[in-house]
Ligand binder design. Structure first.
Ligand code: ATP
Ligand code: MG
Length: 137
């Protein structure tokens, strides 16, 4: 078993897809190990996406990610990182495969409904960004 980290982004919550996306994740075989409904400050959003600091979309991304509540969660499954990336689909929902979360629930490349870690190393870093060890089940 391995774990990955996800966020249901502000557009997903604002558009009323929180329940549907969590249901999709659970039905895809992921077990929720930790979860919280919270909101990022612009400073914390900037820190979370610091790897994209030099990209042209960084300032807008920080503004968007701190614009409303999110759900942060740690998910467990075998091959969790890779399988979850398949479950969410391509970054741009227009290019995401049919049946993926981004195809179903996202409208733009920025407001793309969900985040999924891109490596085991980043899954661990991102999980620790939101959760202490005693918050994991
Ligand atoms: P995430 O890290 O959120 O799971 P990802 O790994 O598919 O997404 P990244 O390249 O890491 O994509 O980009 C991080 C986030 O930045 C994207 O999910 C999206 O919200 C935003 N983003 C990426 N590319 C663009 C772009 N060209 N224009 C606007 N926003 C973008
Ligand atoms: Mg990424």
């Amino acid at each position: 078993m391995s774990t990955t980290f996800t966020m249901l982004k502000p557009d997903a919550i604002a558009n009323g897809y929180m329940g549907a996306i969590l249901d999709h994740i659970i039905k895809a075989g992921f077990k929720i190990k930790a979860m919280k409904y919270t909101r990022l400050t612009a400073e914390r959003a900037g820190e979370f996406y610091a790897v994209h600091k030099e990209r042209p979309f960084y300032n807008d991304l920080v503004k968007y990610m701190s614009s409303g509540p999110i759900v942060a969660a740690i998910l467990e499954k075998d091959n969790a990182v890779e399988d979850f990336r398949k479950t969410i689909g391509a970054t741009d929902p227009a290019k995401a495969e049919a049946g993926t979360i981004r195809k179903l629930y996202a409208k733009s490349i920025e407001a793309n409904a969900v985040h999924g870690s891109d490596s085991d190393e980043n899954a661990a870093i991102e999980s620790s960004f939101f959760f202490s060890m005693t918050e994991r089940f």
